[in-house]
Design a binder for this molecule. Structure first.
Ligand code: NI
Length: 507
């Protein structure tokens, strides 16, 4: 038998959806024995395999109830809660992976758990009270959830503070936390900053762009990252330009171990990148060396890629050309807009960042140079890039429109006024033809254009189909539009308001 080391919060294995066990053999039985042993040694009543660094769906529980009662000692492989009582209760919980912290957590009083025993036999348990609570806590572990995720945000914040303090003390290993200087500006960077804070890294400062005028009143508005940083009480720096001796000194004074840069918005010079002893790393929203540059998410959609992802890389002088520390792939969903994909990749990036930093801190990161010959580029999107080219095939036009949604918004001129177009759907040439054949005479006049439809021509405008526009090959309909000087609206409202008629042409 062997005791295993229990991993602590901050280790990415605790955040994974652990892997299903498929092989039931002696090795598995030995592992389960080791888990019990490790749990007893640590004086716990439950343990899940991720807590000993293994991404496997295995839990053990031993309540060690007084002798007169039936002892409760159980190992469940691939456990699942298949029923829970509506009635819940609040009780204090702790966790071997977050030693020193306890907090009240609300959970169902009774549950039914199904799974397998270590020999592979089907298993079903009904549990109440502490037994039910222990099972739920451990099943959370194999799903990447910690009990801290189940307390109120305010309590969670206080507990995390306490946790960081405890970890620095000898009793808990006297481990010095990695001191991070965080650089970031837009919403995309916020999940990364939060994740670093949540996973027990020490944020020694946050560098972000200065407040900018925004909204109708052009009021000076802090960046999304600055707002979060101020709430969390981190020191915030907002230089106009991140350079010069004074600025470098203010960075040095924070004594960072490493700089983490997530969509900061300025290029950093080598003398700034080199200040922290562990250097500087970056979260980039593509699978480098593909899509280097400012707008990787927009271009991944516009170019109709099916897969993209995030890369954690070492920052080098050349843009997005540094060594790769960690890379995670992610499919692009059909009909996904840049805004939607940005949201997903910001969460994925945060997770990958924590994993990359854990690898670096453990000295286990393999840094691999990029294949520069394979690099592609994703330049900044401007107003001219966002304009629709109707000569292209319908699927390309639709991808372009999704790639520009919500900002800056794909647009085209109608009667010399720019109209933004959103929520596209592709029509094949045949579908377009059958739509034309319907003719659709209505009281409001013809809703379908007669005759030939050159690219850009509005073929139909109906509440059901939206605005249907001919392209170089097939057509594209739009369910939402933004006419000049108006808000984004349903295409049906625009059509009803006589904003557009068949036979008009976008150019
Ligand atoms: Ni636990």
């Amino acid at each position: 038998m062997a005791l295993h080391e229990i991993v602590l919060m901050g280790d990415p294995v605790l955040r994974e959806n652990a892997e299903e066990v498929t092989v039931f053999d002696e090795e598995l039985e030995a592992l389960v024995r080791d888990m019990f042993e490790t749990m007893y040694h640590a004086d716990g009543i439950g343990l899940a395999a991720p807590q000993i660094g293994l991404s496997k769906r295995i839990i053990v529980v031993d309540l060690r109830v007084p002798e007169e009662e039936e002892p409760i000692r159980i190992a469940v492989v691939n456990p699942e809660v298949t029923w829970e009582s509506k009635e819940a209760e609040k009780e204090s919980e702790g966790c071997l992976s977050i030693p020193g912290l306890e907090e009240v957590v609300k959970r169902p009083i009774s549950v039914r758990v199904e799974g397998r025993d270590p020999r592979g036999n089907a298993l079903e348990v009904e549990a109440d009270g502490l037994f039910a609570r222990a099972l739920q806590h451990e099943i959370d572990h194999v799903n990447g959830i910690l009990f801290l995720d189940r307390v109120s945000p305010l309590k969670r914040k206080m507990l995390l503070k306490k946790w960081k303090k405890l970890r620095a003390e000898d009793e808990y290993g006297g481990e010095r936390l990695v001191r991070i200087l965080f650089w970031g500006t837009p919403d995309f960077a916020v999940p990364s900053l939060r994740a670093l804070d949540d996973e027990g890294f020490e944020i020694v400062g946050v560098v972000t762009q200065p407040d900018r005028p925004a909204g109708r009143g052009r009021k000076l508005t802090p960046s999304p990252v600055k707002e979060v940083a101020l709430q969390a009480g981190f020191p915030v720096l907002t230089p106009d330009r991140p350079r010069g001796d004074d600025f470098a000194d203010s960075i040095r004074a924070l004594e960072p171990d490493i700089s983490v840069v997530v969509a900061y918005g300025h290029i950093l010079r080598p003398e700034i990148l080199e200040i922290p002893p562990m250097g500087s790393i970056n979260v980039h929203a593509s699978l480098l060396p593909e899509l280097r540059g400012a707008a990787p998410i927009n271009w991944a959609i516009a170019r109709r890629h099916e897969v993209t992802g995030v890369t954690i890389m070492r920052m080098a002088e050349a843009m997005d050309a540094g060594a790769i520390i960690h890379r995670v792939e992610e499919p692009i969903l059909p009909d996904e807009t840049a805004g939607e994909l940005t949201l997903r990749l910001s969460e994925l990036g945060a997770q990958a960042l924590v994993e990359g930093l854990a690898l670096l801190a453990a000295g286990a990161a393999e840094e691999v140079g990029q294949e520069h010959d394979a690099a592609t580029f994703a330049p900044k999107i401007d107003r001219e890039t966002a304009r629709v080219d109707w000569v292209r095939a319908a699927a390309d036009v639709a991808a372009h429109v999704r790639a520009m949604d919500p900002v800056p918004g794909a647009w085209s001129r109608l009667d010399d006024a720019p109209v933004k177009l959103f929520r596209p759907a592709v029509w094949t040439a045949e579908e377009l033809e059958s739509l034309r054949a319907q003719g659709l005479p209505t009281n409001g006049g013809p809703k379908v254009a007669r005759g030939d439809s050159p690219p850009g021509m509005v073929v139909a405008a109906t509440a059901d189909d939206g605005v249907v526009v001919a392209t170089g090959e097939g057509g594209v309909s739009f369910a939402e539009v933004q006419p000049p000087g108006k808000r984004r609206m349903d295409a049906a409202d625009w059509i009803n308001g006589r904003g557009v008629d068949p036979g008009q042409r976008f150019d």
